[in-house]
Every structure is written in structure tokens, then in C-alpha cells.
Design a binder for this molecule. Structure first.
Ligand code: SF4
Ligand code: SF4
Length: 372
């Protein structure tokens, strides 16, 4: 019994940027499968010409796709971008140079999103994400249907976010867990670079003020206006003031030779814990095992066709189309053993449901494991 997803062509993209791919090659027991349903070159979230969203369906603005977002870049990724001399990368590198030149959120820890983005997105991410050009990423290039200028060196969030997942909630769980890990790695390694390259005591006081995160809670009016105070910027950079690009490249050189055990050694126990969680999520992602017993999960129908229904379960961006004949037998999964439910469906309704279809229904939370 077939179930269908999008009808868009499948175009594969690299699973992770090279630095993070190398670390995950060491940490995980195998390669990470590509999320081929997220067809970024022909965005799966953008409508075709003239198409209108059906009930419950979301389309992204084709002028932003999922890049209505400004990423935080850790110092060593800024350095990798600045040091990348590939001529094909020149346009992307220029977007980071522009951020460096503007100076807003430019610190020895890396590049922070500007306060105007933080203020807008922090309170309105649900409505602005995928829609607003006002908060479009500065690294987004409006060429070839829209593409990322720093794809090769994108950060943890951009490397792990997808709108759709081949294995539904199982895939989403893996990528979200990996994001948690890589975000913690970025924070730890950025701090390690500051420690190693030492901007000086006064700069450290500004970078790590008493009160921690709360000390930065007030919006800096100069940064808000796009013109940070030169005196404060010099103090923030200390020994490296005037040599910011050199500093970022030095960070990249420090991180480049690190193997995964070196990363763990330079990070706190939290990264070790997140690494274990990511390995467990990866094992789930690669496992095809079926739960012993299943029951019907929570989902809503958003569109009705003659023989099918489009339903949304774990993720509003990832609807799935199911045959009505399949929906009509789901009640057989009532916490009895999975094999018994399948045998009963076959005997009483003459419908054979194979293991890969059951797995798909579990991945999309249409069926969920029963505790009993
Ligand atoms: S991940 Fe982003 S660019 Fe790729 S298909 Fe989804 S919304 Fe489009
Ligand atoms: S860095 Fe690239 S992937 Fe991330 S939001 Fe910007 S354009 Fe999109």
C-alpha cells in the first residue's frame, strides 16, 4: 500500500560542512543519510507558480526560503570563511567581510546577530520565519533560485535545520540532538580560542561580564543604529584591536587540526553528554526495528482527496498523504502486539501492510509505541 509525500524532484546536498562532517565521521558509527525530502535547490516549502496553500499547509516566501534568520558565527568559522581562497566562494566571503566592516556584534567570540534581528525574531519567530525579507540572512545570495553564500562553513543551526525529514520525527530528533551538540561545541571552542589568543584582561571583562548573559540584556543603542562605538569596540578587542580578521583566521588555524577527541578534551562534560545523546539518536535513525506494540498517535487531517487524506502529525512543515483504506484500519493498532495487529488486518480486511510502511507510520507518529 503506497503512501505519498511531495512530488518534487530529489536533489541531494552535503549532509554537513567539512569541519563538522570530519568530527561526526569519527564520533558516529556510519555516515549520516541525506535529507532528500528537503529539496533546497527547488525549495520544497515554496509553492509552484500560482499555487495556493491548502488548509493547514504552509508555504515559505521564495525570496527567503528558510533563511529569514541571522546566524551566530563562532570565531573559528568566521576565520575559515575569511581564509577560504576558493574563487567560487568569493561572493559568500564578501558577505562576512561586510559584517566585519559594519562591526555590529563583531567580537573575539565571533559574530552575533544584530540587535534589530534579535528584537524582532525573539518575539515573532512563528510568524516571521520563512516569510519576512526584513530579517533575511546577510549571507543569502539571491542567485540560482536563492542559495547560501557560506554553505561550506555554515554554523550548527544552519547545518542541522530541515523542513522535512525522510524518517519524520525520528530524523527530526536526530538533527535536533546534533544541533544541541554542535551548538555547545561552537560555544566551547569559541571560548577556548579566546583563551588561547588572549585579547587581554580588560577585553575579557567585557566579553565575560559579571552577571553573564543578563549583563547583555539591554540593547546597545549604537549597535541598534548599525554603528558600534569605536572606543568600546577597541576595548572589546584589546590586544587584537585593528587586527580582527587576523584574529579570526588564527582561531581557524587553532581549530582546524583538532580531531574529535581533542574537541571533547577542550569542551566541558556537557558536550560529552550531548555526544552520547547524539550517538543514541543516530542509532535510532539507522534502526528499522518495529516497536513490539503500537497504538494510534495524535494527528490531524488537513485535506481530503477522493482516496487519500493529507495529515499533519509531528511537524507542520511535513504533512503526509495517507490512503483512506489505511486510515480505516489504524484502529487495529490498539496496544496489542504489532504482529497480531498486522495479522488481524490481513485476515479480517484482506490488507497486507509491510514492515517498511509500519516503520514510516511510526516515524511520522501516526502510530506510537505502546507502553503495555
Ligand atoms: S530546508 Fe529550507 S531551503 Fe531546504 S527545502 Fe526546506 S525550506 Fe527549502
Ligand atoms: S547562513 Fe546560509 S543557510 Fe544559514 S540562514 Fe544564512 S543563507 Fe541560510
Amino acid at each position: 500500500m503506497p503512501i505519498s509525500r511531495t512530488q518534487l524532484p530529489v536533489i541531494t546536498t552535503p549532509a554537513l560542512p567539512p569541519l563538522y562532517a570530519a568530527w561526526m565521521d569519527e564520533m558516529l558509527t556510519g555516515p549520516i543519510p541525506h535529507e532528500t525530502d528537503a529539496t533546497c535547490d527547488d525549495c520544497a516549502m515554496c509553492s509552484g507558480e500560482g499555487a495556493e496553500a491548502q488548509d493547514g499547509e504552509t508555504f515559505f516566501n521564495p525570496q527567503t526560503k528558510c533563511c529569514s534568520y541571522v546566524p551566530e558565527l563562532p570565531n573559528y568559522l568566521v576565520g575559515r570563511i575569511l581564509a577560504d581562497s576558493d574563487p567560487a566562494f568569493e561572493t559568500g566571503r564578501a558577505t562576512v567581510l561586510a559584517r566585519l566592516e559594519a562591526g555590529v556584534g563583531v567580537t573575539p567570540l565571533g559574530m552575533e546577530p544584530p540587535p534589530i534581528f534579535v528584537a524582532l525574531y525573539g518575539r515573532n519567530s512563528a510568524t516571521l520565519f520563512g516569510q519576512s525579507r526584513t530579517i533575511l540572512c546577510p549571507h543569502y545570495l539571491a542567485v540560482e533560485g536563492g542559495r547560501c553564500g557560506i554553505w561550506k562553513h555554515r554554523n550548527s543551526v544552519c547545518a542541522t535545520w530541515y523542513c522535512k525529514f525522510v524518517r519524520g520525527a525520528t530524523g527530526q530528533n536526530f538533527w535536533q540532538t546534533l544541533n544541541q551538540l554542535l551548538t555547545a561545541v561552537e560555544q566551547n571552542l569559541a571560548r577556548w580560542c579566546v583563551h588561547e589568543l588572549d585579547p587581554g584582561g580588560e577585553a575579557l571583562k567585557l566579553l565575560f561580564p559579571l552577571g553573564g548573559e543578563n549583563a547583555h540584556a539591554q540593547v546597545d543603542p549604537h549597535a541598534l543604529d548599525g554603528a558600534p562605538e569605536p572606543k568600546r569596540q577597541r576595548a572589546l578587542w584589546g590586544n587584537w584591536a585593528g587586527r580582527e580578521a587576523d584574529y579570526y583566521k588564527a582561531c581557524a588555524r587553532l581549530v582546524e587540526p583538532l580531531a574529535w577527541p581533542d574537541v571533547l578534551a577542550r569542551s566541558g562534560p556537557t558536550v560529552g553528554i550531548y555526544a552520547r545523546l547524539t550517538s543514541a539518536a543516530y542509532r535510532q535513525l539507522m534502526s528499522k526495528e518495529l516497536p513490539f506494540a503500537l497504538k494510534v498517535g495524535s494527528f490531524r487531517s488537513v485535506h481530503f482527496n477522493a482516496d487519500t487524506q493529507v495529515v499533519i502529525s509531528y511537524n507542520g512543515y511535513d504533512p503526509i498523504e495517507l490512503p483512506k483504506s489505511l486510515l480505516e484500519v489504524l484502529h487495529y493498532f490498539d496496544a496489542r502486539p504489532t504482529r497480531q495487529a498486522l495479522a488481524a488486518i490481513s485476515a479480517e480486511r484482506g490488507i497486507t501492510i509491510n514492515d517498511s510502511l509500519v516503520r514510516k507510520l511510526v516515524d511520522f507518529n501516526i502510530l506510537v509505541p505502546s507502553e503495555r
